[in-house]
Design a protein around this ligand. Structure first.
Ligand code: CP
Ligand code: NVA
Length: 307
């Protein structure tokens, strides 16, 4: 059966662990393993800007022995004259998988319904599940077993990153805290889905307003830009509303001994995080950025094996 990764809870807890194990194995033997059978092309489509996602998918697909086909929607028919499902029907005859960075989650769902090949969400307005696989891999490398760790996210809990931490974190059995002001908490349906998963995994999700309460004894401190792609017109209001949720050294000092700082990048130093934190000794953001490569290679191999 064709499997897709449109949101983080498309992988069960056991499947998420399997992908992370495979990512570690692929990272260890980067130059030895070429697990894609035969020459396979993967279409990687961008409606929004990207550095990490573009590079890591292109390099990762090539590492696996496949060919990346990078498409900007500005130069294609998708998003203009052609629907996601018609595009999917054209692509599935020629490519092994479709990776798409877009705005609406509904477009990804339409793409997935319209095709027999796996569709991967490379960031939508609502979720960024590829980033979470890389983040969980990074946390595992630095902190060991994920189950039982506390991860605290600060800022825009309604963003793709906020939602993905909630869903992927509880899938891994983590205790996820979101510190956000009124009006910036994660969507209720996402929290409800996370609570259902947490009941199986022993994780939890807690929404807090007080940032220092959220930081207390946390193992992982995380934030993201206050102005996600597509929200540029709200920049001034967001800086005003989210100012108290900046990650500072005081936040790190309130966290557990040995806590790490992660950020999906790109970062706005001085806004969501101070430079001395993101460039300081507790920050593992460069490992995290590298892990996009290993995590996505594992994901593609895993999805193609389900075909
Ligand atoms: N973290 C992330 O997805 O970065 P890019 O926008 O550069 O791809
Ligand atoms: N929340 C950010 C993530 C960037 C990788 C955005 O959507 O712009």
């Amino acid at each position: 059966m064709t499997r897709h990764l449109l949101r983080d809870d498309d992988l069960s807890p056991a499947e998420q662990a399997e992908v992370l194990d495979l990512a570690l194995a692929l990272k260890k033997d980067r130059w030895k393993l070429k697990p894609l059978e035969g020459p396979q092309t993967v279409a990687v489509i961008f409606d929004k800007s990207s550095t990490r996602t573009r590079v890591s998918f292109a390099v990762g697909i090539a590492d696996l022995g496949g060919s990346p086909l990078i498409i900007s929607t500005a130069n294609s028919q998708l998003g203009g004259k052609e629907t996601p499902s018609d595009t999917a029907r054209v692509l599935e005859r020629q490519v092994a998988a479709i990776v798409w960075r877009t705005y609406a989650q509904a477009g990804l769902e339409e793409m997935a319904r319209g095709t027999r090949v796996p569709v991967v969400n490379a960031l939508s307005d609502d979720f960024h599940p590829c980033q979470l696989l890389a983040d969980l891999l990074t946390i595992r490398e630095h902190k060991g077993d994920l189950a039982g760790l506390t991860l605290s996210f600060f800022g825009d809990g309604q963003s793709n990153m906020g939602h993905s931490y909630v869903l992927a974190g509880v899938t891994a059995g983590m205790h996820v805290r979101v510190a956000a002001p009124e009006g910036y908490g994660p969507r209720e349906d996402v929290v409800a889905d996370a609570q259902r998963i947490a009941a199986q995994t022993g994780g939890s999700v807690t929404i807090l307003v007080d940032p220092l309460e959220a930081a207390a004894d946390a193992d992982v401190i995380v934030t993201d830009t206050w102005v996600s792609m597509g929200k540029e017109e709200e920049k001034i209001a967001r800086i005003r509303d989210l100012g108290a949720y900046k990650v500072t050294q005081q936040t790190m000092d309130a966290a557990a001994d040995g806590a790490i700082f992660i950020h999906c990048l790109p970062a706005d130093r001085g806004y969501e995080v101070d430079a001395d934190v993101i460039d300081g000794p507790q920050s593992v953001v460069w490992d995290e950025a590298e892990n996009r490569l290993h995590a996505q290679k594992a994901l593609l191999v895993w999805l193609l094996r389900q075909q």
